[in-house]
Design a protein around this ligand. Structure first.
Ligand SMILES: Cc1cc2nc3c(=O)[nH]c(=O)nc-3n(C[C@H](O)[C@H](O)[C@H](O)COP(=O)(O)OP(=O)(O)OC[C@H]3O[C@@H](n4cnc5c(N)ncnc54)[C@H](O)[C@@H]3O)c2cc1C
Ligand code: SF4
Length: 563
């Protein structure tokens, strides 16, 4: 078979129009420039308020600040200083997670907490694992090609330049990528730890191709960011700034270009002028618990797939009695998680998975539909590297308690773990709504109902069996299995039909001239790739669209046509 054509889209040059890697201090991990950060008055009508400083929100703010937009970002969590706030310790990392009350339901409820969402400047990517794959071109047309889900209102090609740009900014390290749209990465592949080497060998014997990466982890010095030191605490936030998150990849440049990031500020309502139908700004509770209102010419909501629908549903007004953008009862619907079962394999020699980043190798061989498998769409396979507390959860989930649990814990160093990311399909019934319970600001807490469909169940079962096959081929003496979910997206999706979506292809809420959705909520499908890179690329594209006049005020002299 001829090797796939690899398109040389990577390269070694640094990112364009983003100096974050140079703006960081080589001797300190915190973001410099906070003391001289621009501050706006609530009464100033800024060009844009962004709600949430995570993957989508921070990328959008950085891009538009570079074009001269005056921007305030409201972030409900703290402005992290890695030197002071983070520890290389599982139990001590609790503050990173969004742990406020949420209610779950449905036939297959999704456990929410540290595995789904984060808080604070940088968002969930602060404690995400670091995998940074692209979606496949097929993900943008699964209704047309596979007869399931929905098509995106724009194709993969519209995200391509943004994928390439964000890959430079994070930066992403990995081998040449043969699946989807073949491409290269700006940093070369990291060396492998013992657990990943075993998994690679098992996969090879089972006829499954793996590749190293792609991970948003420096392989070499990058500006003032150091090389990864392979301590394995990526999921506890990387204390050395080797793993990319918006806190270090986009916020420094955003501050340098005049963005104010107002931390510990929780947005509770997007306000609409009933006469014009346009948003006037955002009401929020500040760090002292005071209710305030920030005026703005445009609003972008980027609070994650649960908090974004929650905020929209809570933003009622005479024009939007059931929530902002919810005229067609679409807000909160089509929330997706990926089926993320894991199978651990036991070997006589030590694997020491804690001595490497958890994300190491990946296969997208099963990504696309193969009718012989009995379901549509597919899954990817990745290494994961649980630290001891996570490992205890794994053992417990397989049904071991008491003495057996203790023995499995003592045996921790001998286990290596593989996980799937199964593409579970978008369904209207999988939805965020508002519960009767309220939080400390008097805002109803979010409720997430989730039920798998038959296609989802078949996909998860097949994926798990494939992991067992790999470990068997690798010569594992024992296996342990845990069923779980990862990553939430959807809930305020883009589309072409106002009756079937919340936003148009410019992420603008249907019928509202100046409110945009800039986070993972906007994504209509999820593929079986981890979503952060695509969320950032979509926000980067959105910035271009907004600057070209998709809503917002007339911006004379800033290269924009305005509305
Ligand atoms: C443990 C874990 C591992 C993961 N591993 C990977 C991985 O390897 N690869 C990958 O691609 N993805 C991974 N993810 C998922 C990835 O981190 C998220 O998909 C991505 O960060 C979501 O981006 P977002 O912009 O939608 O939201 P976020 O990045 O979560 O940003 C939302 C921000 O909004 C803030 N916010 C929410 N509501 C409000 C409000 N009302 N007012 C003010 N601020 C608000 C939050 O505090 C948060 O900072 C992982 C996630 C977790 C939790
Ligand atoms: S393994 Fe590398 S990227 Fe992960 S926490 Fe350690 S230094 Fe950071």
């Amino acid at each position: 078979m001829r090797p796939p054509l690899i398109l040389r889209t990577g390269g070694r040059s640094g990112p364009r129009d983003n100096d974050s890697h140079w703006l960081l201090d080589p001797h300190k991990r915190g973001v410099p420039g906070r003391d001289r950060m621009r501050r706006y008055d609530d009464a100033d009508e800024v060009d844009l308020v962004v709600v949430g400083c995570g993957a989508g929100g921070a990328t959008l703010a950085q891009r538009l600040a570079r074009r001269g937009w005056r921007i305030v970002v409201l972030e409900s969590g703290p402005f992290w200083d890695p030197d002071k706030d983070w520890v290389s310790d599982e139990a001590g990392s609790h503050d990173l997670y969004w742990t406020e009350d949420r209610v779950i339901g449905g036939e297959d409820p999704v456990e929410l907490g540290k595995n789904n969402s984060g808080r604070g400047v940088g968002g969930s990517m602060v404690h995400y694992a670091g995998y940074a794959p692209r979606f496949h071109p097929s993900d943008f047309a699964i209704r047309t090609n596979d007869g399931v889900g929905v098509d995106w209102p724009y194709p993969y090609e519209e995200l391509l330049e943004h994928y390439e740009r964000v890959e430079q900014e994070l930066p992403v390290a990995g081998q040449d990528w043969p699946w989807g749209h073949p491409h290269t990465y700006p940093h070369s592949a990291h060396p492998l730890g013992g657990g990943a080497e075993r998994a690679w060998e098992g996969a090879r014997r089972a006829g499954i191709e793996m590749r190293v990466g792609p991970v948003a982890i420096t392989n070499g010095q990058f500006g003032n960011r150091p090389h990864c030191i392979y301590r394995g605490f990526c999921l506890q936030a990387c204390k050395v700034n080797a793993k990319g998150s918006p806190l270090i990849t986009h916020v420094p440049d955003a501050l340098e270009h005049g963005v104010e990031v107002r931390d510990l500020c929780m947005a509770v309502r997007v306000e609409i002028d009933d006469a014009t139908g346009a948003a006037t700004g955002v009401t929020f509770f500040d760090r002292d618990g005071r209710e305030r209102f920030q005026r703005a010419a445009a609003v972008a909501v980027a609070g994650y797939s649960i908090e974004t629908p929650r905020l929209l549903l809570h933003s009622t007004s005479p024009r939007h009695p059931n929530g902002l953008g919810n005229g067609a009862d679409q807000v909160g619907r089509y929330v997706m998680v990926q089926g993320a079962s894991q199978v651990a394999g036991r070997f006589s020699e030590t694997m020491d998975v804690f001595k490497a980043p958890p994300p190491e190798i990946c296969s997208e061989q099963f990504y696309e539909t193969d009718e012989r498998r009995g379901f549509r769409r597919g899954f990817s396979i990745q290494t994961v590297g649980p630290l001891p507390i996570d490992w205890a959860g794994h053992v417990l989930a397989d049904g071991h308690w008491g003495h057996a649990l203790r023995e499995y814990m003592r045996d921790y160093r001998h286990w290596s773990v593989l996980g799937t990311l199964c593409e579970l399909l978008p369904q209207a019934r999988n939805r965020v709504t508002l519960d009767e319970a309220h939080d400390r600001n008097g805002m109803p807490v979010a409720r997430l109902d989730y039920t798998q469909c038959d296609n989802d169940r078949a996909n998860i079962a097949y994926g798990k069996e494939t992991l067992r096959t790999i470990w068997e081929a690798a010569g594992a003496q024992d296996t342990l299995t845990i069923d779980r979910y990862a990553h939430l997206i959807g809930g305020a999706r883009i589309g072409t039909d106002p009756e079937e979506s919340v936003c148009d292809s410019d992420h603008r809420i249907w019928g509202v001239p100046n409110v945009f959705i800039a986070d993972g909520s906007a994504l209509p499908t999820q593929g079986s790739a981890n979503p952060a890179l695509t969320i950032m690329a979509a926000a980067s594209r959105l910035a271009d669209r907004m600057a070209a006049g998709a809503g917002g005020r007339a911006r004379v002299g800033l290269g924009s046509v305005g509305r």
